[in-house]
Design a protein around this ligand. Sequence first.
Ligand code: ATP
Ligand code: FE
Length: 354
Amino acid sequence: TTILGIESSCDDTAAAIVRVGGAVPEILSSVVDGQTELHDAYGGVVPEIAARAHAEKVDLCVRAALDTAGIGLGQVDAVAVTAGPGLIGGVMSGVMCAKGIAAGAGLPLIGVNHLAGHALTPRLTDAVEYPYLMLLVSGGHCQFLLVEGAEEFTRLGGTIDDAPGEAFDKVARLLALPQPGGPSVEAEAALGDAARFKLPRPLLDRPGCDMSFSGLKTAVLRARDGEMQEGRLSRRVRADICAGFQASVCDVLGEKTRRALEIYLEQAPARPVLAVAGGVAANGPIRARLMQVAEAAGAAFVAPPLRLCTDNAAMIAYAGAERFARGHRDGMDLAARPRWPLDKASPAMLGSGK
Ligand code: ATP
Ligand code: FE
């Protein structure tokens, strides 16, 4: 089965061709066209600009994905598209494009939850078996998901405010470091002393797997303002603040992951796995901490390659393939939704699939 996937829910326009049915899923192509430079000047993604760029680029991405895979629409079995959650204008661009292709080429249409795409990525790359524990940690999301099947997710906890990636980006902005903040803060942190500034470990004293990162950002702001000399910050101080901030994120993610693993292991999985997805999983020290925590709990640590951890359409094509195999088909009334919680407790999970 060959699936065309389309993704446009945030600031990346993407299309991919994935083939399933063989021993392992095969990514025939995965095209990602980012928009960072369009939003740079505004200090964040501007929904209007994103929507317009998606509308302009999505057809080109699909064309490029087909060309790279060396196939035509005639060899595609279904079109899968992110139907939410995300910025509504962008999601609509992708959904409209997918509907056009499905109608024009007479192909089945499948709406996919963006978070399901992230959550299923370890099966696309590493043939991980259910149930596994997924930590999705990106610029927009931070949650623990118990993945028991292609459409069975239980949310064990998550951030109650900012996502860690967002916190890295904001900290970078506060310290005049380049965007995206993750890599630049990580590089500074490597030069700094994490013990110099005592930053908080939010919610660590509370039971459960919920997290909070917005207070941390405020603590960074205070530390910075306390150290400013004539409106400037020494490189030393900047590195120390970055190191302190990153150490706090490590501690919080590490401890909450330990607790989530405890809950997951009650299911007595035959081969326990902690999988991660999202751009923050690229962070060296965070990754090392998660690996350590997984090992201590007797679970294998699985981190897909970064290009599949961040927003892409291969994960959407793969999640679409799983839905397709289960007989899901969407109609031309498939709606783009800004919110679409990924939890079996929520009936919205079933989408408009029939
Ligand atoms: P989402 O996928 O949730 O809609 P997104 O597109 O912002 O949001 P990703 O593309 O998965 O998320 O990841 C981007 C985020 O990851 C950014 O916030 C970036 O700062 C962060 N990030 C990237 N590299 C690192 C790193 N080395 N350390 C920490 N954070 C990082
Ligand atoms: Fe994403």
